[in-house]
Design a protein around this ligand. Structure first.
Ligand code: GLA
Length: 384
């Protein structure tokens, strides 16, 4: 009995010591968080991570790309098929097939869909601005044509596409208004009129964005901020600012991105990075994303890796640049709703054809075969 008592006490003491040393161990160990492997999971508590997709993704032979999108991204934008020249190439003629599939994909897979783009000077057919005799429309007539377009999108996709680039690229680098037929016909209040139409015709829970490239340039930045503040003061609804983010390896610097995001965030509007890519091969002195400039020709100097033989060191360099950019997005994440890449794989990128025609570029986070690049892992790793 006595013996039993002693050993019971010894046992209790041993358990007590064991428990306390075990909890000490626990306290010492850092909390183990789950390791994220995809972009959308890694940034889920900060912002949506999106990609633009194209018509080819809906062909039955491209199920691999679709699977890649579903796995990695929480938002999608259609690259071309909601643009005016595609969806409504002639008066009364509508090509809804791709846009319908896009909107359905969003609902079926629970991915946020973004409308691109309501009003843009480019990829817009001539008939929009002219009457049957080829004469330029009056201000009132053009505003009516614009209203019809907004109504069309609202009635067909208004229940599903809840974020829209309302106006794209209407302000120049120096902050002046871009000269376009919209401006010429409607006047300097074209942007304001576009937002009034979108507000009146789109469902009230739609996020309305002004979108542009080179949003860090001081001239454009000052004009956009002044415009937004003026709209807010006069009750013209605008909900967010879209920064395209067609950036280079060095420009804009992390400091410039930080400053720019801070200044736009101070307007109180939501920020969306709408078309992110990093032009790994550079632009031969050309800046911005003005799609209308003349293209250069590929040479061994500006097209150093023509056979998809992107070296590991280059991928690491790209990863460092993306990390520097995402550090700023993380810093400002409370103001940012979405970061969307312009394309999924390097093969999708417009930078294979601009500003140098026919070169092989490497600006995104997935290789041409759909495998994740080192740069991808570097971006995910930042939050792990
Ligand atoms: C601009 C437009 C997009 C697309 C890209 C690159 O930034 O907003 O629709 O055309 O250029 O191609």
């Amino acid at each position: 009995m006595h013996k039993y008592k002693v050993s019971l006490l010894a046992l209790l003491a041993a358990v007590a010591i064991g428990t306390s040393s075990c909890s000490d161990e626990k306290a010492k160990q850092p909390e183990i968080k789950p390791k994220f492997t995809t972009l959308k999971e890694a940034y889920a508590d900060k912002f949506l991570v999106g990609a633009t997709i194209g018509a080819s993704m809906f062909s039955s032979s491209d199920s691999k790309s679709l699977a890649l999108v579903e796995k990695n991204f929480s938002a999608i934008t259609l690259d071309n098929d909601m643009k005016w020249e595609r969806i409504n190439p002639l008066p009364g003629q509508y090509e809804f097939e791709i846009a319908d599939k896009f909107a359905k994909l969003g609902v079926d897979k629970g991915i946020t869909t973004v409308g691109h783009v309501l009003f843009w000077h480019s990829q817009t057919p001539d008939w929009v601005f002219k009457d049957d005799q080829g004469k330029l429309l009056t201000r009132e007539a053009l505003l009516e044509v614009m209203r019809e377009r907004a109504k069309m999108f609202a009635s067909r996709y208004g229940d599903r596409v809840k974020i829209w680039d309302v106006v794209n690229e209407a302000i120049e680098d120096d902050g002046s208004l871009r000269k376009s037929l919209y401006n010429q016909i409607i006047g300097d209040d074209f942007i304001e009129q576009a937002f009034i139409i979108a507000d009146q015709e789109m469902p009230k829970d739609t996020t309305l964005l002004y979108n542009d490239y080179g949003m860090d340039r001081t001239g454009r930045r000052a004009t956009v901020i002044a415009m937004v503040n003026d709209f807010k003061q006069r009750g013209v609804r605008i909900d967010g600012i879209g920064l395209q983010g067609h950036w280079g390896m060095d420009e804009p610097s992390a400091e410039k991105i930080d400053e720019t995001l801070g200044l736009y965030a101070a307007t109180g509007l939501r920020l969306h990075i709408t078309e992110l890519d990093v032009d790994f091969l550079g632009r031969d002195g050309l800046t911005g994303a003005n799609v209308e400039i003349e293209k250069l020709q590929a040479t061994p100097e500006n097209n150093p890796y023509p056979d998809a033989n992107f070296p590991v060191e280059a991928d690491e360099q790209l990863g460092k640049r993306y990390q520097a950019i995402f550090k700023q997005f993380i810093k400002h994440h409370k103001s940012i709703d979405r970061v969307t890449f312009w394309g999924v794989t390097d093969g999708d990128s417009w930078l294979n054809g601009w500003p140098v025609a026919g070169r092989t570029n490497y600006p995104l986070l997935f290789n041409r075969d759909g495998s994740a690049k080192k740069a991808h892992d570097a971006v995910v790793e930042l939050v792990n």
